[in-house]
Design a binder for this molecule. Sequence first.
Ligand code: G3P
Ligand code: CA
Length: 268
Amino acid sequence: MRTIATILFFIFLLSFRMIKVLTRNTDCHSAIKVGHRGAAGYCPENTFASFNKALSLGVDYLETDIQMTKDGKLVVIHDTTVNRTTNGKGKVRDFTLNELQNLDAGSWFHPQFANEKILSFYEFLDEFAGKIGLLIELKKPSLYPGIEEKVANELLKRGLTSGSAEIIVQSFDQNSLRQFHTILPAIPLGVLVKKTTMKGLSHSELLTFSSYATYVNPKMTMVTKPLIRRIHQHGFKTLIWTVKKKQDVHLLKHYRVEGMISDFPDIL
Ligand code: G3P
Ligand code: CA
């Protein structure tokens, strides 16, 4: 009886120690904190209010989405229409920049944000480039021929093409990323993936990405330990989106991911 009690006591001690070691390893791993569309859980996404909130929560990078207007200007907006996030209706590409900036981009979230407007990419860069890392998503670039060149020119004009500028460009559109890479190979690129199984992310697919991408960025719902291992084994870094739960933060740190993207960056 006494022997059993002693064995149980040692098993308890051992598991306690293992939990401590696991937690310590996990806590030591520092992953980049990225504010999704700013801090979209707290403020209307992709607005100054949202980006400034993310800064106040201590993010390392701001994530944002870029599209193009009827008059060829780059704008910061996620959806291809203005319907969900403004008081207007219609496709982004059917508005001029001036028309878009006359819309209210904050009240849909809360009346206190009634003065928020859609930002141009130029305003976004003027305010945040050099201050904080930027994770720039080319959103539906096939709708906007020439968008890669325009984004690249803006970065070049502002001298944001060295590694120290901390700019990453990402997209779901692999053709667009390939094109961007030929224009501006100095900028690290990320492939966004949201497949339902890791089976879809094959060895040959990962090999194709490696000719232009530095990051492979899967949706949180498809993350497994083997998937992250596979991404790392192919030499990629990874930023996971979007992280909603504290327990996922611990898990991802344990998997040694390079970064996490969240609407609520304070949980990171
Ligand atoms: O940063 C990744 C994430 O933003 C991709 O999905 O739809 O939020 O742009 P979405
Ligand atoms: Ca995005």
